[in-house]
Design a protein around this ligand. Structure first.
Ligand SMILES: Cc1ncc(COP(=O)(O)O)c(C=O)c1O
Length: 407
């Protein structure tokens, strides 16, 4: 027990945002560890001291990209050759969705629970190539068999791609990725999964799931810096996925082209990489993932998220007048809920003032917590206390929220 206590204290000491407040919004961005911010400082100081064009910069950068690629591969139980480094989840979704050879009349199936990162590239492809979009409507309490049946019912002979989240960002439901891929493949349909809310939250075995394309970020459950992500491309799908964007990093080596229009793409998923990236942040991401894998441990992370989320669901259930939008054993670290009669953005601001960081969602209009491996039962208890205090207030007495996007 003491060892476990020591470990969580070590983790919380190493992640300043988890001290002096209750941090429950890894679904937007995970807390940065000090090893990560130290690496940013060190790499920045080095770049400033020796100059960003100094050839000596390339060694730490290339080493860190290899480390980051290796971690994404291990996390997903896939070969490094399946991993393309990207800028964020949405980047990976775009590479996969735009990269298929679309023909007018083709169809994409997607669901009412996706993020813009899935919808918008699908809509753009829809408009550009006259591809139809079929929207599957899930209900909050749909069982997995119903979800599968609804998806299958939407597939026609023209369907080419299913755009779906592994864990839904708004209802926190972990979908049966293998079941979905098996069903889709039976109909000749490829699957691109949005992994913004699954990578780093739940154990992954992408080859076993059969998924074709899997788009991951760095900044959420992996607690990395912004501006990095990874796309898994199933090895036998490389030839199906065109390079929509390309540059010196897409080539087998940067000189593998001539002046007559010939070029040699990288033989693996690196072909979807393009040009200069933020080398400093790659060094930070490498330090971050080394720390998570070696000091914290993935088994610890996954088990702790699952156990604490169960605890949070139980504790939230003890409140009166709570509406859940997440199923009880949803299999994720997200819980979406509302306090009946209280405006979610205003509750969010009030809780933030009290040192509890969560977010509100538009659809459903509700609050969402993301339970991380660095949280404690005491964090969850604090959340409950603050929610009870809100329930003791008049709804109009809560502070008003003005979205920075609408100012
Ligand atoms: C399911 C889902 N997809 C995509 C995104 C966008 O992620 P990114 O900024 O990494 O593209 C988010 C989060 O904001 C998300 O929750």
């Amino acid at each position: 027990m003491n060892e476990l206590n020591d470990k969580i204290e070590m983790i919380r000491d190493a992640m300043p945002a988890t001290r002096n407040q209750v941090y429950l919004n890894t679904g937007t961005a995970g807390p940065l560890a000090t090893v990560t911010t130290d690496a940013i400082a060190k790499a920045t100081a080095n770049a400033a001291a020796i100059g960003r064009g100094n050839f000596q910069i390339y060694t730490p950068w290339l080493e860190s990209t290899a480390t980051v690629r290796g971690h994404y591969a291990k996390l997903t139980n896939s070969p490094v050759s399946s991993i393309a480094l990207t800028h964020h989840t949405t980047d990976g979704m775009n590479i996969a969705i735009h990269g298929l050879k679309w023909q007018a009349g083709d169809e994409i199936v997607t669901t009412n629970w996706e993020h813009q990162g899935g919808y918008i590239p699908a809509y753009v492809v829809g408009r550009r190539h006259q591809v139809g979009i079929r929207m599957v409507e899930f209900d909050y309490w749909d069982e997995m068999a119903t979800i599968l049946a609804k998806l299958e019912a939407a597939i026609t002979s023209r369907t080419r791609l299913l755009v779906i989240s592994h864990v839904t960002w708004n209802t926190g439901l972990r979908l049966d990725l293998k079941g979905i891929c098996d069903m889709a493949h039976k109909h000749g349909v490829l699957v691109v999964a949005d992994a913004a809310q699954s990578a780093g939250m739940i154990p992954l075995d992408l080859p076993a799931s059969g998924v074709d394309f899997y788009a991951m970020p760095a900044q959420k459950w992996l607690c990395g810096p912004e501006g990095i992500g990874a796309l898994y491309v199933r090895q036998d799908r490389l030839s199906l996925l065109e390079m929509t964007f390309a540059g010196f990093l897409s080539l087998e080596n940067p000189m593998a082209y001539d002046l007559t229009g010939h070029y040699l793409p990288a033989p693996d998923a690196r072909r979807y990489e393009l040009g200069t990236v933020n080398k400093i942040m790659y060094q930070a991401m490498a330090a971050n993932l080394d720390w998570l894998a070696n000091e914290v441990g993935w088994d610890y992370i996954y088990q702790r998220i699952a156990r604490l989320t169960g605890y949070a669901y139980e504790r939230l259930s003890t409140l009166e007048n709570v509406t859940f939008y997440t199923q009880k054993n949803a299999g994720s670290g997200l819980i979406t809920f509302g306090l009946d009669g209280y405006d979610p953005p205003r509750v969010m601001v009030k809780l933030n003032e009290e040192g509890v960081v969560l977010r509100y969602l538009g659809l459903p209009h509700a609050l969402r917590i993301a339970v991380g491996f660095y949280n404690t039962e005491a964090d969850i208890d604090r959340l409950i206390t603050e929610l009870q205090k809100v329930q003791a207030m008049e709804p109009d007495a809560l502070p008003v929220y003005v979205s920075p996007f609408e100012k």
